[in-house]
Write a protein that binds this ligand. Structure first.
Ligand SMILES: [Zn+2]
Length: 86
């Protein structure tokens, strides 16, 4: 299945020009009180949400920029974030 991704530098391009960088996870956890289990969870577990999710993408056949977009994982279409999720 193909879809388009909008690079902030180059504009809307075909998916095959990009590499998926994973879902946005937020900042690294604070080391104070960090356990090996909580570090392992942050490092390896993903939400794998069905619906809108903020993701990292890399334009490897274009400008070489890392950027994030909201994509609906059920439709593979870029979406605008809902007010409460932004
Ligand atoms: Zn680009």
């Amino acid at each position: 299945m193909s879809f388009t991704v909008t690079c902030p530098i180059c504009g809307k391009r075909d998916l095959y020009e990009f590499r998926f960088g994973g879902e946005e996870r937020g900042p690294r956890p604070d080391e104070a009180g960090l356990t090996p289990e909580s570090w392992c969870d942050w490092l390896h577990l993903r939400t794998n949400r069905g619906g809108p999710q903020l993701e990292w993408w890399y334009h490897h056949q274009g400008c070489g920029t890392w950027f994030s977009i909201w994509r609906d994982t059920l439709t593979n279409r870029e979406v605008r974030p809902l007010e409460e999720e932004s």
